[in-house]
Design a protein around this ligand. Structure first.
Ligand code: SF4
Length: 469
């Protein structure tokens, strides 16, 4: 993707087994692509004592020296989080997990997603006298739990269920209460959350299964939509359904762009889905070109599928500088972002000169960096430049955790469909259809996916006060 929406969050937890801290640290590191702004780990020890370490920065920076005062061998469970704020702004105070005291118990929470009645709930809680320490959606859950704990006679697990039933939107959660641990997922299952286990009796819960691969955990299953799974005494897994799942609405954009190709999300391999998207795209929008050029890294697997299906050779004619940090800056600072994007990808003239080039990328958001890239590829000597995109045009915002720019800034809304190709100064442009995109997922049906940023059909609408797109 050229103009990346803000990444959101990644979750990883370990319950029981050996090397809890090392496993959670390694697992979290594999999820760095889901958030680069801040990282945190909260651990619990036998007897219920909990400690927390979090800060702004990458996982490797934040945990360069794991807190020396922690008796690492006594850690029983850990929850962790990487963040790039989609709600609540980009300040260190919003780093997660959050850790508070509720009715004498230590409660920790880490959250991926966006609660789309957050504004209304916050207003209600403020009116009742609540004091917020952060501006994240996540803190709301703790306040709702604290209030519900009275009516639940101090049973904080019941209070958590009550709190979750009040939320609208997307939430995959890790929760620690003293030395017990739980994972929960909203009733639509917008964001992925999977359970793995280790041979020594330990469990891991993570946003993506790539975290299992590096730590030696085996995939068990997903946390189901509307399910709360608690690891209690003896590290036994207990499942509760806190709300019914009326329909699934998994985020198709996880397969298009966000998740790592080495992961399984929503029971499908991201690698296979993404490559299949390229194959279907080649059938739907064939091109007469000499070389297929992936836009690294996100267009890589779709380009492989496209080249395989079309029989056109693939060539790595864009060289990526891996030492340039995030290419996403403030959405308003377009020129700065473009400078970074230009530094990140350089065209290789020897591969492009005199060629008819077909770029394959996963999506176009604003269009400005695509335009710049096409220009530089022509300058490097390409005779023709075509572009194929492995999802439909983005026309709508997302209320469920992906921070696209406002609708007016999306290229597909700014420029009439017939003028898109000319606007990007391309020789031809083709997008994958929605039907083609959904034909690539196999484990679940097309009706189990959210495609709202493409078709405007939101599985759940935010409260009026929360409609900010
Ligand atoms: S609107 Fe788009 S990005 Fe948001 S959850 Fe739905 S498919 Fe994913």
């Amino acid at each position: 993707m050229h103009e990346k929406p803000k990444e959101y969050c990644g979750l990883c937890a370990v319950s029981g087994g050996a090397d809890v801290l090392d496993r959670v640290h390694q697992g979290l590191h594999t999820l760095q692509h889901r958030g680069q702004e801040a990282a945190g780990i909260m651990v619990s020890f036998q007897g219920g004592e909990c400690r927390l370490h979090k800060a702004s920065g990458l996982v490797a920076q934040v945990f360069a020296a794991i807190p020396g005062s922690w008796p690492v061998q006594d850690i029983r469970r850990a929850i962790s989080h990487v963040r790039y704020g989609t709600a609540g702004g980009s300040t260190a105070m919003n780093a997660q997990p959050l850790m508070v005291n509720i009715a004498g118990h230590t409660v920790g929470i880490a959250h991926n997603g966006t609660i789309c009645n957050a504004y209304s709930l916050r207003e209600e809680l403020l009116h009742e006298g609540a004091i917020f320490q952060t501006s994240t959606d996540t803190e709301l859950i703790l306040h709702l739990m604290a209030r519900a704990s009275k009516s639940c006679n101090g049973d904080l697990w019941k209070a958590l269920e009550e709190a979750l039933r009040r939320l609208k939107g997307a939430f995959s959660l890790l929760v620690m209460i003293d030395d017990l641990f739980a994972a929960a997922r909203d009733p639509f299952g917008f964001r992925p959350l999977a359970i793995g286990d280790f041979d020594d009796g330990g469990y891991m819960v993570a946003s993506e299964t790539i975290a299992f691969a590096v730590t030696g955990a085996s995939y068990v299953r997903e946390v189901e939509p509307g399910e709360l799974v608690i690891w209690g005494a003896g590290n036994r897994m207990v499942s509760r359904q806190f709300a019914p799942c009326v329909r699934r609405a998994h985020c198709i954009f996880e397969h298009v762009y966000f998740a790592r190709p080495g992961s399984r999300v929503f029971e499908d391999s991201v690698y296979e889905v993404r490559k299949e998207m390229g194959r279907v795209l080649a059938r739907e929008c064939p091109v007469d070109a000499d070389i297929i050029v992936p836009v690294p890294d996100s267009g890589m697997y779709a380009a492989l599928g496209f080249a395989e299906e079309s029989g056109i050779p693939i060539d790595m004619a864009l060289s990526r500088n891996h030492y340039v940090g995030r290419t996403f800056i403030d959405p308003g600072v377009n020129s700065s972002r473009q400078k970074l994007v230009s530094r990140k990808l350089q065209p290789i003239a020897e591969a492009l000169q005199g060629k008819r080039v077909c770029l394959v990328d996963d999506s176009i958001v604003r269009g400005s960096t695509s335009r710049t890239r096409v220009h530089t590829i022509r300058e490097a000597g390409a005779r023709e430049v075509h572009m194929r995109i492995s999802c439909p045009p983005h026309k709508f915002g997302c209320y469920f955790g992906i921070d696209f720019p406002e609708r007016e800034a999306l290229l597909a809304n700014k420029v009439p469909a017939g003028d898109l190709c000319r606007s990007l100064r391309l020789d031809s442009l083709g997008y994958l259809t929605k039907e083609g995109m959904l034909s690539c997922v196999k484990a679940r049906g097309p009706e189990d996916y959210c495609c709202a940023c493409f078709d405007g059909n939101y599985p759940v609408m935010p409260d009026q006060l929360d409609r900010r797109l």
